[in-house]
Design a binder for this molecule. Structure first.
Ligand code: FAD
Ligand code: MLT
Ligand code: ZN
Length: 459
């Protein structure tokens, strides 16, 4: 029985009393999501320190009929990392071992609780780099980014998290451990369990470690910010830059209203003398200085109204702040609805034009903020000024996306926030296949049973 003394005693037996937290004042930060839109309750936050302890916790929960929500850095933005149905919260952050970089293979094994920032530092110190980066890097973990198949800013060059994944160690819901961490680039021996667990949002297994591919560390990085007075021109420019600049690794998009908000909230100076319609931030990185290549390509673009090129690392970080500061600045307005969607390239401009109008028509108090990873067609639609539980906002945005043949989740996952809309983009046959996989790996529905799949009779 969730919360019963016998469950808590059994959990204490599994991980030791010091690692079972029950005081609501202590667990408050972990039952509330980063955005503040989703808050749950838990009988206990449990902090296992070994694979055996994870297995023991899952067996205890299985026997007690208690569901479990795995949690890493709790930076997920779709309500999947917090216990919204009174689940036990399984905190993986004690899994913090990071093994030496294997220089011949360009690989590293990291435990699930290692943060992405730590992984970056570790890889860079060995002359390599990890190909996934996101502004939640100081808190987001290896396990959480695998569980969500996190994207971030470098997807156009290196792919999302699944592309970095060469092997995994994970605990199944019955306590058995699957471990395949040898990192062989060529290994056609059966189903790709690592690929399957990647993006499974804690519903299939608890990830405890991973073997990750690294990329060569570029010695030269150049960042530029381009201003456009026309959205279509800006998006055409994105395509042109992709074609012309080999060393490109990030192309990000934002708008004047978002830039103003970031500058006002975070106390930054405006980058240009006058307002513009759209901004494209580009980063090129290479073993040879890409400045001239990037400058030539920018010069050749039509419609660039203004531009700024960072002369050093500090200036580069300052330009990135205009883009990365959006999440923090928007959150200061109150818990937003966050919808991370992808559109086909030829639908982006029309979507950007219509989504603001449609949301405000549905909810006149709403303000719509748009920004994203332009090279991937990934727009983040953030809506403030509406009640956290106003599902009409989600419905309006996701139906527009589906009508334009986009995806309702580019990178954050489905979580609880979007599960009711999965059928907009996945067929009944696909969802049945998802359910069959879930039932095969977690027949007792212990692992995050209320996320990803649409609600059914068992919910
Ligand atoms: P959590 O939030 O703790 O969990 C996320 C999901 O994974 C949950 O369903 C949870 O149950 C599951 N999970 C966590 N750990 C495990 C594990 N060990 N085993 C099994 N399941 C597990 N996302 C992007 O894709 N791109 C971005 O650019 C990006 N930028 C962000 C910027 C900010 C400021 C913030 C706050 C978030 C951003 N995110 C982004 C979202 C978030 O950082 C990612 O989803 C990230 O992958 C979550 O990692 P986490 O460790 O915080 O996982
Ligand atoms: C981003 O691209 O900044 C992240 O995905 C976070 C967000 O959507 O706010
Ligand atoms: Zn993003």
């Amino acid at each position: 029985m969730p919360g019963s003394p016998s469950l808590l005693d059994a959990l204490r037996g599994a991980v030791g009393p010091a690692h079972v937290l029950t005081d609501p004042d202590v667990t408050a930060g972990q039952v509330r999501d980063w955005s503040g839109r989703f808050t749950g309750t838990t009988p206990a936050v449990v902090r296992p320190g070994s694979v055996g302890e994870v297995a023991a916790v899952l067996r205890v929960c299985c026997d007690a009929g208690a569901a479990v929500v795995p949690q890493g850095g709790n930076t997920g933005l779709v309500g999947g990392s917090v216990p919204l149905h009174g689940e036990v919260l399984l905190d993986l952050r004690r899994f913090d071992a990071l093994y030496p970089v294997e220089a011949r293979a360009g690989q590293v094994t990291a435990e699930a609780g290692v943060t992405i920032a730590r992984l970056h530092d570790h890889a860079r110190a060995a002359g390599w780099e990890y190909g996934v980066d996101l502004s939640a890097r100081d808190s987001a973990t290896v396990g959480g980014t695998i569980a969500t198949n996190a994207g971030g800013s470098y997807v156009m060059r290196y792919g999302a998290t699944r592309r970095q994944l060469l092997g995994i160690e994970a605990v199944l819901s019955d306590g058995r451990v699957v471990r395949h961490l040898d990192g062989l680039e060529k290994d056609n021996t059966g189903y790709d369990l690592a690929g399957l667990l990647c993006g499974s949002e804690g519903t299939l297994a608890v990830i405890t470690a991973a073997r990750l591919r690294l990329v060569p560390r570029p010695t030269h990085v150049v960042v530029a910010l381009l201003a456009f007075d026309d959205v279509e021109r800006a998006l055409d420019g994105v395509g042109e830059l992709r074609r012309a600049v080999d060393s490109l690794r990030a192309v990000e998009l934002f708008f004047q209203d978002g830039l103003d908000l970031v500058c006002d909230r975070l106390g930054l100076a405006r980058p240009f003398a006058r307002p513009h319609r759209a901004f494209v931030l580009v980063e090129a990185a290479s073993g040879a200085d890409p400045t001239a290549e990037l400058a030539d390509a920018i010069e050749a673009l039509a419609g660039v109204a203004d531009s700024a090129v960072a002369a050093d690392d500090r200036a580069a970080r300052d330009l990135w702040r205009y883009r990365e500061g959006h999440t923090e600045a928007i959150n200061q307005l109150g818990a937003p609805h966050k919808l991370d969607v992808t559109l086909p390239g030829d639908q982006l401009t029309a979507f950007v034009e219509e989504v603001r109008d449609q949301v405000v028509a549905r909810a006149p108090s709403a303000t719509v903020w748009l920004f994203g990873h332009a090279a991937d067609g990934n727009i983040h639609v953030n809506v403030t000024g509406v009640a956290p539980d106003d599902e009409g906002i989600t419905d309006t945005v996701l139906r527009l996306v589906a009508r334009r043949h986009g995806s309702i989740s580019a990178e954050h996952g489905i979580g609880t926030a979007k599960r009711a809309w999965l059928s907009l983009v996945r067929s009944a046959a696909e969802i049945d296949a998802f359910r069959a996989i879930k039932t095969a790996l977690d027949p007792a529905r212990v692992l995050n049973p209320h996320v990803l799949l649409p609600r059914d009779d068992n919910d």
